[in-house]
Design a protein around this ligand. Structure first.
Ligand code: 9WN
Length: 440
């Protein structure tokens, strides 16, 4: 890509983020997602930190404004001035829980825990060290509290494997493991609701009505328990010890330990959490025959052997020992029939040779920029530098060709979902800046 093309990509990305700016937070997209989302804001902050650390810090502070008193950082912090999203605050009714914040309304579940990773990125980019130290000091106890929530309320076996109780908490809502585990959930009634997402995006690119029935029915079960995590988990019909979620948590613990050290606090707890979760992923989620890691269905008591990109996110988490990393990459990721199309755009979110694969539908195949971003960082850290560089180039090329779309066809590169998607824009900036010798 020429310097002019690169500059155009950066300028376009900044314009998307500016247009989606709500003041102290950024909505993921202009119409489809008008509130603040947890892991979106973390990726957004990582991109914005490349040119405006104070604004990136506001993004995080705004998200933490929605933190519950039990430590949970919710998946959505609702923007009181926006409607138009289903399910909105009146459906979630977070106020049923004494733990929910009083000043704002949120959803009642969490999201993949990218938070400490975003905070660390702000620190890494800040030139005003005194300001950055103050920022770390301010947010650190709340990051610890969030991780205490995950280990205290979402690790019923005490193994270090956190349970995801709703597909939306996984961030990869209709990915095969959730449709698989979801197919065993018996919906005791048909929930009544009206979808709004289909006003903005073609149905064939979004989850099905059947998937939404599951999402809403589960929401209603959790709501009926007044968002009491322990009470709900005791009989929850969907419980997935998710590879992607737990791998991100390993990485977040590593960053949390680093933040602790910067502040002169003890890193021991974060280190112990990281080691515990990484050990459990290696002991319980690795499948030797497939040569990858799978999520575990805690209700059915078995691995969800559905081949998805989640296995590669273990690299970002620093989870696999070197020999497993080699199997993952050489046998699995670089397989042209599965994840690395010879004429196309890696990495499809579901393997192309999986029966679930659909190149046009949401998390069933399309390429997403955030999963590529995590995968290529993991690759570089395990020494697969050329593959990481190639993945960065193809990801940037994809955005250059099709715009700041939500997701992309791995074969044709066609963009789907919403346009002007914030994390696509933010991580495009970060990918450009992470090239050697490149500053904005
Ligand atoms: C439900 C906001 C979110 C992302 C998720 C993505 C999608 C929401 C939806 O959009 O999910 O959370 O309504 O489909 O799957 O990862 O955080 O961008």
């Amino acid at each position: 890509m020429t310097d002019t093309e690169t500059q155009r990509l950066v300028d376009g990305a900044k314009a998307v983020l500016k247009a989606n700016d709500l003041g102290r937070s950024t909505k993921p997209a202009p119409n489809l997602y008008p509130h603040q989302w947890n892991w979106d804001s973390c990726f957004i902050a990582i991109g914005i930190a490349r040119y405006d650390c104070r604004r990136a810090a506001e993004e995080i502070r705004s998200l933490l404004g929605g933190q519950w008193s039990n430590g949970m950082v919710p998946q959505i912090v609702f923007n009181p001035n926006a409607g138009g999203y289903f399910p909105g605050p009146d459906v979630w009714q977070s106020e049923r829980s004494p733990d929910a914040p009083k000043a704002m309304r949120t959803s009642g579940i969490t999201d993949p825990p990218v938070l400490a990773i975003a905070v660390r990125a702000i620190w890494d980019n800040a030139s005003d060290r005194a300001w950055a130290l103050e920022f770390l000091r301010d947010v650190y106890p709340r990051l610890v509290h969030y991780h205490e929530f995950l280990y205290g309320e979402r690790d019923p076996d005490g193994t270090g494997l956190i349970v995801v109780a709703h597909p939306w908490e996984s961030g990869l809502d209709n990915a095969p493991p959730y449709l698989d585990a979801g197919s065993r959930v018996h919906l005791t009634y048909k929930p009544q609701y009206e979808r709004l997402d289909l006003l903005h995006v073609e149905a064939k690119h979004r989850p099905t009505n059947k998937d939404y029935d599951l999402f809403i029915w589960l929401l209603e079960q959790m709501r009926a328990a007044n968002w009491d995590q322990r009470r709900y988990l005791a009989t929850a019909p969907l419980q997935v010890q998710d590879v992607l979620f737990n791998s991100i948590l390993c990485r977040a613990n590593r960053e949390l330990a680093a933040i602790a050290e910067i502040l002169g606090e003890s890193p021991d707890q974060a280190d112990e959490w990281r080691a515990r979760t990484a050990r459990a992923i290696n002991e319980r989620l690795w499948n030797e025959t497939a040569g990858t890691y799978f999520s575990f269905d805690r209700v059915a008591g078995r691995l969800l052997e559905d081949d998805t990109i989640a296995g590669f996110i273990t690299l970002f988490g620093g989870v696999p020992p070197p020999e497993r990393a080699r199997i993952l990459v050489e046998r699995h990721l670089l397989d042209p029939a599965a994840y690395w199309p010879s004429a196309g755009y890696p990495v499809p979110t579901t393997a192309m040779n999986s029966p679930w694969f659909n190149p046009e539908n949401y998390w069933l195949g399309p390429v997403w920029v955030n999963t590529n971003w995590m995968t290529l960082r993991g690759l570089a850290e395990y020494g697969f530098v050329r593959e990481s560089d190639d993945l960065r180039s193809s990801t940037l090329d994809m955005v250059k060709r099709s715009g700041y779309r939500e997701y992309f066809n791995p074969v044709s590169c066609e963009g789907y979902g919403t346009d002007s998607f914030s994390w696509t824009a933010a991580l495009t900036i970060d990918l450009i800046c992470s090239q050697p010798g490149r500053v904005l």
